[in-house]
Design a protein around this ligand. Sequence first.
Ligand SMILES: NC(=O)c1ccc[n+]([C@@H]2O[C@H](COP(=O)([O-])OP(=O)(O)OC[C@H]3O[C@@H](n4cnc5c(N)ncnc54)[C@H](OP(=O)(O)O)[C@@H]3O)[C@@H](O)[C@H]2O)c1
Length: 251
Amino acid sequence: MDFTGKNVLITGASRGIGKATAMAFAKKGAKVGVNYKNNDEAAQMALQELPGEGHHLFKRDISQKEETKALIDDFIKVYGQLDVLVNNAGISIFHELDHVDFDHWTHAWEKTFETNLFAAANLCYWGTKAMMKSGGGHIVNVSSRGSFRGEPTKPAYGASKAALNAMSQSLAKKLAPHHIYVGVVAPGFTETEMAQETLTPAERENLLRESPFKRMARPEEVAHAILFLASEGAAYSSGTIIDVNGASYLR
Ligand SMILES: NC(=O)c1ccc[n+]([C@@H]2O[C@H](COP(=O)([O-])OP(=O)(O)OC[C@H]3O[C@@H](n4cnc5c(N)ncnc54)[C@H](OP(=O)(O)O)[C@@H]3O)[C@@H](O)[C@H]2O)c1
């Protein structure tokens, strides 16, 4: 896979799967726009680690709809053209139905959908306008195994990712005539900061048992699937959802 001369925008690329994806694209010659929300230090470090030249940081809170247009505008000002959009940024908030009050419940649903679904939808809206001007592009949306398997302690997370799958498939149909190809990567638990911060040792043990590989996904393995869907030759795979879950949940 060669991305020389391609301009790639990745949301939530200051750490975790997004950072590994930025690294993978940069190694293959792309110029990468690294979006993030808060953590300037992590973003600077992620930028410095990228091989090659022409990478930039784009600090924007994509859960705010005005910021999604601003992000695409900023990107086009710098690069002139958007070839690949990776909607990777995501949040997950625990909100077990029988453990939380109604305010917590509604807050979790609203915040989760703003970041995991509405941001991706809005970036697809503005991003495809840019792509249409330059003759096409690729969109890869990062979903989750939880969209199929259920997320009993974070139902909004599972629902937001299921909606992201459905949106991606609708857009794959809509956008094919415009030479814009839309795919989804659905990782299982992945060894990122988010996993390290949220898992107790007992939960980690349980998770390791879920896959016959007896380990979690590595961020680089998720990045590999993202690059495939964004690559030349993957056009006819538009609408596909690639599971990267170590055969822990087969559908
Ligand atoms: N890790 C897993 O086990 C796993 C499994 C399945 C699916 N996924 C999905 O994979 C994606 C990446 O997960 P991860 O574990 O790599 O995440 P992570 O380590 O928590 O990193 C999240 C990234 O998203 C950014 N971000 C969050 N909210 C944002 C916003 N409103 N605007 C802009 N950037 C925002 C963060 O920036 P700041 O730090 O600056 O806020 C950070 O760069 C997510 O969609 C997640 O749902 C992860």
